[in-house]
Design a protein around this ligand. Structure first.
Ligand code: GLY
Length: 371
């Protein structure tokens, strides 16, 4: 059934993203050609380890690859200096050498932490991403952003370190809770909204069947998302320009995540979806895109059963000025000027530093008033 490969042509750092069902069972055979000696170290979390570590271990053993694993607690709290230190010290104790490979088995937290550990261990060892969440398959496992969180904010400490291989096994998505799957879908919808109107229309037609579990549609959605991400990363690996497009909805999202204490009141992908709807609303109010576009975005997200509006976020939120203060912490702020991803239409996003504060405040105030 529907297997595909997206090549990420980054010269000496080029790699493949393999997408399809059953890849976990083939991981050993696919990783073996990368190895200088038949030995790997696996970083994972307790939830994922219980579900998927036995299958990975079996496939490594079938390929004659010795392995050991460190399992960390699940959740965003693991993306910390302390857990990074624990992971690196463990890799050293396991005698992982310069030519060895670290495997990241898990969602975005494990992928980011393991990638950063690999980036700094002995000044850099290779790593393989085996993403187990939809969000990690379509976004965080591809493109080489690695890191941990700081007290001052998310993802403020890190390095660009590209994986040597990504194995996106569509079958593992079956173990995701619906809420987690839909949160990942927020990033999938983002790709259509930022750069491919045809893909967004495809999602409007196929999103419900995909969410219900159709593996071919899931594989196709992951393939198209990864394809688009790879194209952008190849144009701008270290985010000097175009890569910021991947942050459509994210400045709003980061402010909302901070406002909700990074708790399960709002998952990251949910915040991305709400943020995309707000970015389109602001774009329409500024006369950049058609008035119908934000309604179409919101209709699709809410039709999928996703959080779409500020009204869908439980508990108190700051007022519009409070949210704008939180948005000002964004990494894209340059010389104190907020830079946002806005859109001239569905599939036509662009980066701008020209965001009238009053218009932004009005969009936020109206969205808060509707709660
Ligand atoms: N998740 C955004 C990026 O990789 O650039």
């Amino acid at each position: 059934m529907s297997r595909s490969t997206v090549h990420v042509p980054l010269g000496a750092r080029a790699y493949d993203v393999e997408i399809g069902p059953g890849l976990l069972d083939e991981a050993g055979a696919r990783i073996a050609p990368l190895l200088g000696r038949p030995r790997v170290a696996i970083l994972t979390d307790d939830t994922v380890a219980a579900l998927h570590l036995p299958a990975l271990a079996r496939s490594l053993e079938a390929a004659g690859i010795a392995h050991s694993a460190l399992s960390l607690p699940p959740g965003e709290g693991t993306k910390s200096w302390a857990r990074l230190g624990e992971a690196v010290e463990w890799l050293l104790a396991e005698r992982i050498e310069r030519r060895d490979v670290v495997i990241a088995l898990g969602g975005g937290v494990i992928g980011d932490l393991a990638g950063f550990a690999a980036a700094i261990l002995r000044r850099g060892v290779r790593f393989v991403q085996v993403p187990t969440s939809l969000l990690a398959q379509v976004d965080s496992s591809v493109g080489g952003k690695t890191g941990v969180n700081a007290a001052a904010g998310k993802n403020l400490i890190g390095a660009f370190h590209q994986p040597s291989l990504v194995l996106a096994d569509i079958s593992v998505l079956e173990t995701l809770a619906r809420r987690d799957f839909l949160a990942g879908y927020g990033e999938v919808a983002k790709y259509g909204l930022l750069g491919d109107a045809t893909f967004f229309a495809w999602l409007e037609s196929n999103g419900p069947a995909l969410a219900a579990g159709d593996p071919s549609l899931r594989a196709e959605a992951v393939r198209r998302s990864v394809r688009m991400k790879a194209d952008i990363v190849v144009r701008d690996e270290t985010e000097q320009g175009d890569r910021a497009l991947l942050n459509l909805g994210h400045t709003f999202c980061h402010a909302l995540e901070a406002a909700t204490g990074y708790s399960d009141r709002l998952l990251h992908g949910e915040g991305v979806a709400v943020g995309c709807a707000l970015a389109f609303e602001l774009s329409a109010r500024l006369g950049l895109c058609a008035q119908e576009d934000p309604s179409r975005v919101r209709a699709h997200l809410s039709g999928m059963g996703m959080k779409t509006d500020l009204a869908d976020i439980p508990g108190p939120l700051p007022d519009a000025d409070g949210l704008m203060d939180l948005m000002a912490q964004d990494k894209k702020v340059r010389d104190g000027q907020l830079r946002l991803i806005l859109a001239r239409g569905i599939g036509a996003a662009f980066v701008t530093g020209d965001v009238p504060r009053e218009a932004l405040r009005d969009v936020l105030a109206d969205a808060l008033a509707a709660r």
